[in-house]
Design a binder for this molecule. Structure first.
Ligand code: GEK
Length: 262
C-alpha cells in the first residue's frame, strides 16, 4: 500500500468502548454514531485478517476489471461496487492504487452515520476519483453493469432469506470475467471444531486488548443481528445463483473470503 488507509487509521485515538459497562451488555448492536466513531479501531482489532483482505482487493481488480467505454466520452473506466461500505475502507484501498480516470466506485451502506463519514473521508483523501457514496439498503438498489463487487463482512447482516436475491442481483450485474469478493464470519458445521475456532477467536480478541466484559457484551449485542453461515452454505448459495467457479482464497480462524468468478 502506498499510503495508510484513513478509513482504518483515522480514529486511532478513539478506542472501541461500547461494551464496557454491564448495562451496555443489553444493547443491540447497530451501526450508529457511537459505532462509527470507534469503527476503524473495532474492525481492525476484532476481524482477523481485515487488513490483508483489503490489501488484496486492488490486485484482484487489476486482473479482473475490464475497462468499459464511458458513454459518449471515449474514455474507458471500470465500475466497482463496495456493498456495505461502512467508512469506505475497501473503496479507499482501491482508489489508492488506481488512477482516478480508471475507476468508477459506488459505495453503498444503509447507515447514514457511516455514509456521512465515508463521504468526508473519501472526498478529503481522493477528491479526483469518481466515487459515489450512496445511503441505501443493498436489497433495494439496482446494480449497473460492473466488473467487481465487494461484499466485505456485509452479507452476514442481511436476513438469511434475503441473501440469495442479493447474490442473484450481483451475478446479473457482473460482466463476463468479473468477480465477487465475499468476506464473511462463518461457523463450522462440526460443533467441536466450531467451539475451538470460537475460543481461539476470543483469544485473538483478548490479545488485541478486549476485556471479558467487552467480548461477551459484543457477542450478546450481535446475537440475531450477525447471522453466520458455514463455508459450505456460502459455496452452495453461490452455485445456486449461477456462479460456476468460486474459491475460498483466504481463511483466518472463523473468517473467510471467497472469490466468485463470472
Ligand atoms: C469494510 N465493508 O470496512 N444494506 C446496506 N448496508 C448494510 C445493510 C444493508 N441491508 N445491512 C448492513 N449494512 C466494510 C465493513 S461492516 C462489518 C462492513 C462489521 C452495513 C452496515 O451499516 C455496516 O456498515 C456494514 O454493512 C457491515 O470493508 O461491522 O462487522
Amino acid at each position: 500500500m502506498n499510503q495508510p488507509n484513513p478509513a482504518i487509521i483515522k480514529h486511532d485515538t478513539l478506542f472501541d468502548k461500547p461494551f464496557t459497562t454491564p448495562l451496555d451488555k443489553a444493547a443491540r448492536f447497530s451501526f450508529d454514531e457511537q459505532v462509527v466513531a470507534c469503527f476503524p479501531d473495532m474492525i481492525r482489532r476484532s476481524v482477523p485478517g481485515y487488513g490483508q483482505v483489503l490489501a488484496m482487493l486492488p490486485l484482484f481488480a487489476r486482473r479482473h476489471c475490464k475497462y468499459r467505454q464511458k458513454k459518449g466520452s471515449g474514455q474507458r473506466v471500470s465500475r466497482i461496487y463496495d456493498l456495505g461500505c461502512s467508512l469506505g475502507a475497501a473503496s479507499m484501498t482501491l482508489a489508492g492504487e488506481f488512477d482516478p480516470q480508471d475507476l468508477q466506485i459506488k459505495a453503498i451502506d444503509i447507515s447514514p452515520a457511516m455514509t456521512t463519514e465515508a463521504t468526508t473521508l473519501l472526498s478529503d483523501n481522493y477528491p479526483d476519483h469518481n466515487i459515489e457514496v450512496i445511503t441505501a439498503d443493498i436489497r433495494d438498489v439496482e446494480l449497473e453493469p460492473c466488473d467487481m463487487v465487494i461484499l466485505n463482512l456485509t452479507l452476514q447482516f442481511l436476513p438469511a432469506a434475503d441473501r440469495v436475491a442479493v447474490l442473484e442481483k450481483i451475478y446479473a450485474a457482473l460482466s463476463e470475467g468479473g468477480i465477487l469478493v465475499l468476506t464473511e464470519k462463518t461457523h463450522a458445521f462440526d460443533e467441536q471444531y466450531d467451539a475451538w475456532l470460537v475460543e481461539r477467536y476470543y483469544d485473538f480478541k483478548r490479545a488485541n486488548g478486549y476485556t471479558e466484559m467487552e467480548i461477551s457484551g459484543k457477542r450478546n449485542a450481535l446475537e440475531n443481528v450477525l447471522i453466520t453461515d458455514t463455508l459450505d452454505e456460502h459455496h452452495a448459495r453461490l452455485d445456486q445463483v449461477g456462479f460456476k467457479r468460486h474459491l475460498t482464497w483466504f481463511q483466518f480462524l472463523n473468517f473467510v473470503s471467497i472469490v466468485a468468478f463470472k
